[in-house]
Design a protein around this ligand. Structure first.
Ligand SMILES: O=C(O)CCC(=O)C(=O)O
Ligand SMILES: [Fe+2]
Length: 290
């Protein structure tokens, strides 16, 4: 049985119901044709001028790019897509409580972009070892209340079983850390260009073998808990002078926004401020409890 494909008219509840069951879901026509063409036009020349990976996990017949938001303005459409954002908010923004004195504190975690990658699997590449992406934080399973990552793989070209469509092990998000994934348990993500796979950090997956004669190009973005370290170092990838050129919602997602309470502040005139103060935001929040 393959993965479930939902239409773009599906609701966030529909998306979450399938992810709860299978660990991942395909959304047909996730972005419109114009944006898909814009991504392809911006990224293809950069991919074509780049080299292959140096080791097996990243793939010696695979080309990768990071820093998506400085390479194409169309990258923003992927993180703004309502079904992806809605699913991310569902899993990540679960209230956490604590005390300040006898006052009950409730904080809803914020989300941030943890990594962006364009992944171009070329003919002759073998299957990547199946893995969980929340291994970056050495996350333990079953994960319980807090899911740390909701991820998308946008299809810039068609994804097929022959060209390396992402391998996913349905139901594996519920497995304990004792169980190893086997290749025979994985199904290929089959989707047309413009569609996308959404999955969570605990679902076993990996790039597929490319037995075709053309490359398979995917764009992956992770939305993660804002209080975890980012996988792609956003402050070095988008230093303040580059971040200043991005739309405020994108730079906030890249970490130029604090995670309440206090995490990631900057000091301005002795006051602990949200880092949006860096970009001349006169209303930048003063960090406080609650
Ligand atoms: O390219 C793909 O389909 C998946 C790649 C992947 O999972 C990874 O590199 O972590
Ligand atoms: Fe992965």
């Amino acid at each position: 049985m393959g993965l479930t494909t939902l239409e773009p008219t599906a609701t966030v509840e529909d998306v979450v119901a399938v992810i709860d069951r299978d660990g991942g879901v395909i959304i047909r026509d996730f972005l419109d044709a114009e944006t898909t063409a814009g991504l392809e036009a911006d990224l293809r020349p950069v991919l074509d001028s780049g080299g292959f990976g140096e080791e097996d996990f990243m793939g010696k017949r695979t080309r990768r790019l990071g820093g998506l938001f400085k390479r194409t303005k169309h990258g923003a459409a992927i993180v703004r897509q309502p079904l992806f954002r809605g699913a991310a908010e569902h899993y990540l923004c679960r209230p956490v409580t604590g005390w300040t004195g006898e006052q009950r504190l409730e904080v809803v975690p914020r989300i941030q972009v943890g990594a962006t990658q364009v992944i171009d699997i070329c003919p002759g590449e073998g299957a990547q070892l199946l893995h969980r992406d929340d291994i970056v934080w050495l996350w333990r399973h079953p994960a319980g209340y807090q899911v740390p990552r909701v991820q998308v793989m946008f299809a810039a070209t068609d994804f097929t079983a022959e060209n390396g469509g992402t391998l996913v092990v349905p139901g594996s998000h519920k497995w304990s850390d004792e169980r190893a994934p086997r290749l025979e348990e994985a199904v290929s993500t089959v989707m047309t260009a413009g569609s996308a796979l959404i999955w969570i950090g605990s679902t076993y997956h990996g790039g597929g073998e490319n037995r075709s004669d053309s490359s398979r190009t995917g764009i992956t973005i992770t939305l993660d808990l804002a209080y975890l370290r980012q996988e792609e170092n956003a402050y070095l990838t988008y230093p303040p002078e580059i971040a200043a050129t991005l739309d405020p919602d994108i730079r906030n997602l890249l970490g130029y926004q604090a995670s309440e309470p206090f995490l990631g502040y900057i000091e301005v005139n002795g006051i602990m401020k949200d880092p949006s103060a860096l970009f001349g935001d006169a209303n930048a929040e003063t960090m406080k409890f609650g």
